[in-house]
Structure formats: C-alpha cells, structure tokens
Design a protein around this ligand. Structure first.
Ligand SMILES: [Zn+2]
Ligand SMILES: [Zn+2]
Length: 268
C-alpha cells in the first residue's frame, strides 16, 4: 500500500518560499494499491493529483470526504477532469446529512460558484452518503468511519487492505483523553494522519474552532498503539522553520512521528 501526501496545509493554501518544505496545498491524501486509488479529501492538493492522473491513469477512484469545508473540496473539479473518462469515480461521506450528497456537491460546483456545467462534471460520478460511523467497502479496500468533533461535523476514516491500514483524522477538536470511538478506529493502525494545527497556546485561544494539538494527536497514537504518527492540517501561519521545530518536539513525545510534507510517499 502506498500513501502519498498531495496537500497537508489547513484552512487555505500557504504561498511563498518559506512554506515550500511542508507544502502549500490544502488536504488531499492518496492511498493506492492495485486498481484502486482511495483519495482522502479534495483540497487544492487534489488538483495536483488530477494533473498526475493524466499521465498515470487508474481504473477506480474512490473519494472519501471528511466534510464539506472549502479547504477539503476546492480541488474536486480538477481531480475529476484529470481522472478522465476511463476511470470509475465514486464520492463517499459518512456525515449522515439530510441533504443529498449530490445536491451539496452540485451546488458548490455550479454557477455562480464554478464555471463548468455540473451535469458534465458530475454526471458519471456515483454518490454514496453513508450513515454516521458507517463501515463500507470501496473496491478492494475496507473503510471504517467515526464522527469527529468539528463545527458542522466531520468524519475520520480507517482505510485498510488485508492487515495494512491508514487512519485519517483531520479537522477535529481533541483532548488529551481520546474518545473510545477514536481509539477503537485507530487501534494498531500502521499510520495515523492526525490534525496538529494548533500549538497549545493557539488551541486555548481558539476553543470550538475544531482543531487539535500534537499533544492530543500523541495521546491518541499512544492509546491506540499506532505504528507511526503524522501531523497534518498545518496552520497556514506556521512556516517551515516553525514546523521543523514543532516536528522535533512532536518526535520527542512520540517516537518516529513527523509532520507530513506535500509530495511525501509512505510505503506500508
Ligand atoms: Zn480543514
Ligand atoms: Zn473543517
């Protein structure tokens, strides 16, 4: 299984040379094996993934959306354009919303918000809205989900194939005592990708904003005995120098942990 980080920044893309090491794009992580490409969120990094797929086509693209905030969706049309006509594409959520998934996506990517005709863009996409906390399958991968504490709701996903798994938990407010649901979801996973947007001081000043510290991420990593922890959803105000320093502090708390870098490939 290969995990590739296409975007690790949170809230909005960070521009400029001092953000080049950890990257500019907002959340998008691709998990691939065989004919399946599982895409976790479609932030601006999904546009770069779409360009990559023009040269490296795949048969099945399964997009799992944690929630609908702009930083997790802005790259969606460009992912679809890049995946091309030959790929079977499905979009999944586990938010249990009353509004049909296709209606939400259609609204975002039609006039006056987007120039393309949504029927042309989304006509061949299969929409799958799962209940909160649902388990489901995408191609040859199994997916488990768990609800997260985030304004408007969000979902974490455990994506596994055989005995190998990755857990994606972005956009959550988390304490040093992780919920039993999240510990169960992340139990003994090979890779935990977890929101580490705020420093402790920032999180105290921004309670209710729905983001986590690396101390909270570490608490979950330890409680669930995960293989390795990757910090994610980097604050767009934290430049490379600050993230390198935070990465050192994170690794001191949790052996082998690192801050995810755009373009990074992790083989499990
Ligand atoms: Zn976000
Ligand atoms: Zn969000």
């Amino acid at each position: 299984m290969e995990v590739r980080i296409w975007g690790a920044r949170g809230s909005y893309p960070a521009s400029g040379a001092r953000f080049s090491e950890f990257g500019h794009h907002t959340p998008c992580v691709a998990v691939s094996e065989g004919d399946d490409l599982v895409v976790l969120d479609a932030g601006s990094g999904a546009a770069a993934l779409g360009e990559y797929l023009r040269e490296n086509p795949v048969r099945r693209v399964h997009l799992l959306l944690s929630h609908f905030h702009h930083d997790h969706l802005m790259g969606l049309p460009f992912l679809l354009f890049g995946a091309g006509e030959q790929a079977a594409i499905s979009i999944h959520t586990a938010l249990g919303s009353d509004v049909p998934l296709q209606t939400t996506i259609d609204t975002l990517f039609s006039a006056p918000f987007f120039p393309a005709d949504p029927a042309r863009l989304l006509g061949r996409v299969a929409f799958c809205a799962h209940p909160v906390g649902a388990d489901f399958a995408v191609g040859d991968f199994a997916v488990r989900s768990a609800p997260l504490d985030h304004p408007g709701g969000s979902a974490a996903f455990r994506v596994s194939r055989g005995r190998t798994s990755v857990v994606y938990a972005s956009d959550l407010e988390a304490s040093l005592e992780p919920s039993t649901a999240l510990v169960a979801l992340a139990l003994k996973t090979d890779l935990l990708i977890h929101d580490t947007m705020f420093t402790r001081q920032e999180s105290e000043a921004r309670r209710g904003w729905g983001h986590a510290t690396f101390e909270a991420a570490t608490a979950l990593a330890h409680a669930a005995s995960v293989g390795v922890l990757a910090g994610f959803h980097h604050n767009p105000l934290h430049d490379d120098e600050m993230l390198r320093a935070r990465e050192r502090d994170l690794a001191a708390l949790c052996e082998g942990a690192f801050m995810a870098r755009e373009g990074q490939v992790i083989r499990l």
